[in-house]
Design a protein around this ligand. Structure first.
Ligand code: NIG
Ligand code: FE
Length: 419
């Protein structure tokens, strides 16, 4: 099998073995003995919390064998390899795990963004204009666009992407969107309950029946997850429960959009159903935070949405200090957040949400993996997928310190150098 040694790494983010690592002790044994004890491990994060969420190693090397990481340790003990890459003292992090995106759609809503910047509020109803443009697009048009976004993401260091449907909202169109998404990722989410389409405007319960019936039948074979936009203007808590229960009965796993536009009971529904993640959380009550902290449900923050809708940024510091597992994702979509840049989201999380750079990078990698219940990505350890990013910077702090600067130098996905 082909081997590549990446050596001379000045700062390696392993996400392994730190006291703050909520995945420690779960899943397969990817973590124990994963790092050579002779490498210099940095156990002080400077964040005020005990331990280093990133499991940082200084002066490190990583051996890639086929599509997996085979060894991590000091360059002095490194095994031979077919190919050697010298990182020249720069930083290496796991590929970003973007656990929330809506990449299959037609058209854009630049005019809506312009109006928002002039003072208009974001509302769920804008989704319907993208539904019309998506229905009008051919499979090939949607596929070309989708692949363009993935390429754009790869160039910014994202190696795992979750993709939702939700701009079809008919049986045939939702089936089309999950089918196209399944061509490029195993992390496909059926979001037929994104908003009630115009043709069901006076019969939202009739639309929920369709989502739980024929639409779910058509989409389940292509999907791993089921999601609902549980919010005023979209679906009620009772409707969300009915839809998620129907999906669970079909073998799909639940996740939820909640508390984006105002407080509600969606977060507690997600916790009650054991959802892998509840996403947005812009308006959280103390009871929501306590419920999340006592649960296995990840709270996925989407700072691109607050940026693009001028809503207040959620307080990630409050969440992390309370013991909530936080992920960061882009929520790439034409309405509320049309960025595909995880480095940009890391910068916003540090600048505006109270996260340390180490926490933000953890949340954008290992946190995303937790939100997708994956233990083979978001981590640099023997047995994990060889998804790695070499930065044009000596430390991951530069991702927030140099916002908007293209700092991704090289990217390996499944052991293949794709950049
Ligand atoms: O995650 N909140 C619902 N769905 C998307 C926005 C979709 C849109 O405006 O087109 C989101 O923000
Ligand atoms: Fe979303």
């Amino acid at each position: 099998m082909n081997t590549t040694l990446i050596t001379g790494i000045g700062e390696l983010t392993t996400n392994v073995g730190s006291p703050a690592d909520p995945i420690r002790g779960r899943g397969p044994d990817l973590r124990s003995d994963s790092a050579d004890a002779s490498a210099d491990r940095d156990d002080v994060s400077g964040s005020g919390r005990a331990g280093d969420p990133c499991g940082t190693m200084r002066d490190a090397a990583v051996l890639v064998e086929g599509d997996r990481i085979a060894w991590v340790g000091s360059p002095h003990d490194a095994p031979d390899a077919d190919e050697v890459v010298d990182a020249e003292g720069r930083a290496v992090i796991p590929g970003f795990v973007d656990s929330h995106s809506h990449l299959v759609f037609g058209g854009d809503r630049a005019a809506e963004f312009e109006a928002r910047m002039a003072g208009q509020r974001y509302a769920a109803g804008g989704i319907r204009s993208t539904v019309a443009a998506t229905r009008a697009a051919t499979d090939d048009e949607l596929r070309a666009r989708l692949r363009g976004f993935l390429d754009e993401m790869l160039g910014q260091g994202t190696t795992t992407v979750e993709i939702k449907s939700g701009y079809g909202l008919s049986v045939a169109d939702e089936e089309r969107l999950v089918r196209l998404a399944a061509e490029v990722t195993p992390e496909v989410t059926f979001l037929g309950a994104h908003v009630v389409p115009a043709e069901y405007a006076d019969d939202s319960e009739g639309y929920v029946d369709l989502v739980c019936g024929d639409m779910l039948d058509a989409c389940a074979p292509y999907s791993r997850w089921i999601d609902v936009f549980c919010e005023t203007g979209a679906f009620t808590v009772a409707q969300s429960r009915r839809i998620l229960d129907a999906g669970i009965a079909r073998g799909l796993r639940p996740r939820l959009h909640a508390s984006q536009l105002g407080p509600g009971d969606g977060v507690r529904l997600a916790v009650e159903l054991g959802a892998a993640s509840v996403d947005h959380g812009t308006y959280l009550t103390d009871a929501d935070v306590a419920a999340l902290a006592a649960s296995d449900t990840v709270l996925t923050l989407l700072p691109g949405v607050e940026f693009s809708t001028r809503q207040p940024y959620p307080d990630a510091r409050r969440l992390i200090d309370a013991g909530v597992t936080v992920a960061l994702a882009c929520d790439t979509n034409p309405g509320s957040s049309f960025t595909s840049s995880m480095p940009f989201c890391v910068a916003l999380a540090v600048r505006d949400m109270g996260m340390t750079p180490a926490e933000a990078v953890w949340s954008a990698t290992a946190g995303g993996a937790r939100a997708l219940r994956r233990d083979d990505v978001g981590i640099i350890a023997p047995g994990a997928r060889a998804d790695l990013v070499l930065l044009k910077a000596p430390t991951r702090i530069h991702l927030a310190y140099r916002p908007g600067v293209p700092l991704v130098d090289r990217v390996w996905k499944d052991g293949i150098a794709v950049r």
